[in-house]
Design a protein around this ligand. Structure first.
Ligand code: PMP
Length: 394
């Protein structure tokens, strides 16, 4: 059965990690895969998560199955947390999923079931998995203009102009904050303009929120989503707890359907449960149980908020330091965009050749297209990154 199989394509980001591991140079630098690292280069277990996990180990008296929608307490807390203050909360329904990856797949399958001819529009560029997941659901995928390689910011005028062609058979996939890979986010005025267009033209926004709390703060990072949720009858949301709770390997996320009525949303939820049943049946509980415990315990929640805020502040500090070092080493302001970007990543516009040179000659690993994981840097490695970039002619 397997003899005639072709060789599977390698995942570009995961294979970068392998190449990095095999590099014997001591001063090598891994800015590929999207994980947060502290100043020691470690991806820590957050203290609030550790405390909740210990309590859970002590108090949990059963490992019996939960249900197709996962941990319903988690589902309620997540939707309240995200949609608090909007009328959309009362017309939403949520399932817990294995990470936002699972949420993207369940929501993609739901779109394909509800509207098989739908086209999903993704930003150019977008998260590497958006297109494969939506295509795996049988959906057509098209791109809208997003990143301007000259300014390293979003070309919001071109984006909005392109969205004018969308109609009721279209779904618009947006990054809630901290755009992956570029780091360039849209302004509130553009969120507003998207709401206007969706109202007039009937397309459905689908917000992927994987980095809430890493951009400016939890509320600011959800402001665009809340604006759409308040104004529009239908919005889909994929949420990740991988980054903001540091629960990467626990595969914790949620898929939220906002409908014109609660009954509509519950129908969407019911179909996602049916689809989950035929996929993985139910998501792993551990991460969701931890998140639920943190969100409903004031002291743990405060501890989590403080830790998250410290991570956000550290990323912003690294961005400022990068800009300062680039300014003095290059005697120019051409790297100032690092401080304009938000979240873990920045697209730097390095060519494929420069990226290759960076790893081969400098031992610095970044993703193709020049995506740098700023959150993977430590303060004492900034100089290394700056000199390596300038050495390859960035
Ligand atoms: N969406 C975006 C934009 C992402 O960057 C990621 C992960 N890097 C995901 C979804 C998936 O996250 P997870 O499955 O770990 O929750």
């Amino acid at each position: 059965m397997f003899q005639q199989l072709d060789a599977p394509a390698k995942d570009p980001i995961l294979s970068l990690t392998v190449a990095y591991r095999e590099d014997a140079r001591e001063d090598k630098l891994d800015l590929g895969i999207g994980v947060y690292r502290d100043s020691q280069g470690h991806t820590p277990v957050m203290q609030a998560v550790r405390s909740a996990a210990l309590t859970l180990a002590d108090q949990q008296d059963s490992k019996g199955y939960v249900g197709l929608a996962g941990n319903e307490r988690f589902n309620d807390l997540m939707s309240q947390f995200l949609l608090a203050g909007t009328s959309a909360l009362a017309r939403s329904a949520t399932i817990q999923t294995p990470g936002a990856s699972g949420a993207l797949r369940m929501l993609g399958e739901l779109i394909a079931y509800a509207k098989p001819n739908a086209t999903v529009w993704i930003s150019r560029p977008s998260y590497v998995n958006h297109q494969p997941v939506m295509e795996a659901c049988g959906l057509e995928v098209r791109e809208y203009p997003y990143f301007d390689p000259d300014t390293k910011l979003v070309n919001e005028a071109a984006m909005l102009e392109s969205l004018r062609q969308l109609g009721p058979d279209d779904v618009l996939l947006l990054h809630g904050c901290c755009h992956n890979p570029t780091g360039a986010d849209i302004s509130m005025a553009t969120w507003q303009a998207i709401a206007d267009l969706a109202e007039q033209q009937g397309f459905v926004p689908f917000v992927d929120l994987a980095y809430q709390g890493f951009g400016d703060n939890l509320d600011a990072d959800a402001a665009g989503l809340r604006l759409l949720a308040e104004r529009l009858p239908e919005v889909l949301v994929a949420v990740s707890c991988s980054k903001n709770f540091g629960l990467y390997r626990e595969r914790t996320g949620a898929a939220i359907v906002i409908g014109a009525t609660q009954a509509d949303a519950l129908r969407g939820k019911g179909h996602m449960q049916r689809i989950a049943r035929a996929t993985y049946t139910m998501p792993p509980d551990h991460g969701a149980a931890i998140v639920a415990m943190i969100l409903e315990n004031d002291a743990l929640k405060q501890q989590w908020l403080d830790e998250l805020q410290a991570m956000q502040a550290r990323i912003q500090r690294l961005r400022q330091q990068l800009v300062a070092e680039f300014r003095s080493a290059s005697d120019s302001h051409r790297f100032d965009y690092f401080a304009e970007h938000r979240g873990m990543f920045s697209v730097t516009g390095l060519s494929a050749e420069q990226t290759q040179q960076l790893s081969a000659e400098q031992g610095v690993y970044v993703v193709g297209g020049g995506r740098v994981n700023v959150a993977g840097l430590s303060e004492d490695r900034i100089g290394k990154l700056v000199s390596a970039f300038l050495a390859v002619g960035a």
